[in-house]
Design a binder for this molecule. Structure first.
Ligand code: ZN
Length: 338
């Protein structure tokens, strides 16, 4: 049992549009780290939908994932992907009105013993996920597997199932930046769920969701899970410093000077086999890392004020936590800091 115990699972959590795909691609350059994208969507977007892997070829043509499927299940055709999607729906509560479902299902996610059927679904789903991790470990020899399934339910599931060595990087982006990204209509990479464009959401709705998702990670930390906060704005300003901090938190410290793929604020993205995630997954060549702060000029001031009025307590908390971390030379690991 616990075959993955020598491998750490680093989960990137947080809201949508928080830079998780960028962070995953940067971590691909850190020795021992193997990012795999949003594993929670492997079942429908990859196994069923055959969307392109981060390496550029369709999922079922990717040699890496082919080997992982063999190692984990004896081939992906042995996996009942539809059943996995059903279990995921029960555990993560991605229902039609999912913007309302998090406050309602958070108690169950945090304390699954409240419901026998919920706990049973959770254990079955966690077992599927754990087998994929084990396959990734067997194929890649990773010391740290990076899973960027950001939705809180995924983190609670892994924590409550207790079968893996879990660390959570809680990636927080300015709520106004997230609100502006959610106003834009972006073409999806597929119409697998019948929508050609990513949905647009009003800023107040994004703000409410931003609060609940971030509170969910505060709760996960309060339950004892190792959770560390990283701000998107700090990551793009000082990628080397933040990657080194994350690597140390994941138990695989690295010397920042060895991160040669990062130079002069530019990055040569290493190849990474990311399943699901946004378009940053497929960008190649040399890319300048800079903060996406178009919201400062393009989100109307009135809407900026609405979003900030709703989210300022947590925003202030994360700013102060980051400043404390810098002052103490890193380590805003919540369990130790608060
Ligand atoms: Zn691939």
């Amino acid at each position: 049992m616990r075959e993955t115990s020598e491998t750490t699972i680093l989960l990137i959590g947080g809201t949508g549009q928080n830079g998780a795909t960028l962070l995953s691609r940067l971590l691909a350059g850190v020795p021992g780290f193997v990012p795999i994208g949003e594993l929670g969507f492997l079942w429908d977007r990859a196994i069923q939908g055959n969307l392109p892997c981060g390496c550029g070829v369709p999922f079922h043509e990717c040699p890496f994932w082919g080997a992982v499927g063999q190692a984990a299940f004896g081939g992906w055709e042995k996996v009942d992907a539809a059943e996995a999607v059903r279990l995921r729906g029960r555990v993560l509560s991605r229902r039609r009105h999912r913007h309302m479902s998090l406050p309602l299902t958070l108690p169950l996610m945090a304390w699954p013993a409240l419901s026998g059927p919920y706990r049973e679904s959770l254990m079955r789903y966690a077992e599927l996920v754990r087998r994929v991790y084990e396959g990734v470990r067997a194929v890649s020899g990773a010391r740290v597997i990076v899973d960027s399934t950001k939705v809180p339910g995924h983190g609670f599931t892994l924590w409550n199932a207790g079968e893996v060595d879990l660390r959570v990087t809680h990636l927080v982006r300015d709520s106004r930046g997230v609100a502006f990204s959610n106003l834009r209509s972006v073409p999806r990479q597929s119409t697998i769920d019948g929508r050609a464009y990513r949905g647009r959401h009003a800023p107040a709705r994004t703000a409410a969701r931003w609060i609940w998702i971030n509170l969910a990670y505060e709760l996960l930390a309060a339950l004892g899970a190792p959770v560390e906060t990283v701000r998107y704005e700090d990551l793009v300003r000082d990628p080397r410093g933040e990657l080194a901090r994350i690597a140390a938190f994941a138990g695989a410290p690295t010397d920042p000077s060895t991160l040669q793929f990062l130079r002069d604020g530019e990055v040569e993205f290493p190849v990474a086999h990311l399943v699901a995630g946004n378009r940053v997954r497929l960008v190649s060549g040399r890319t300048r890392i800079r903060a996406d702060e178009e919201w400062r000029v393009s989100l109307p001031p009135r809407q900026q004020r609405v979003v900030l009025a709703m989210t300022w307590p947590l925003t202030l908390r994360y700013r102060r936590r980051a400043a404390r971390g810098r002052a103490s030379g890193g380590g805003t690991h919540r369990a130790a800091a608060s």
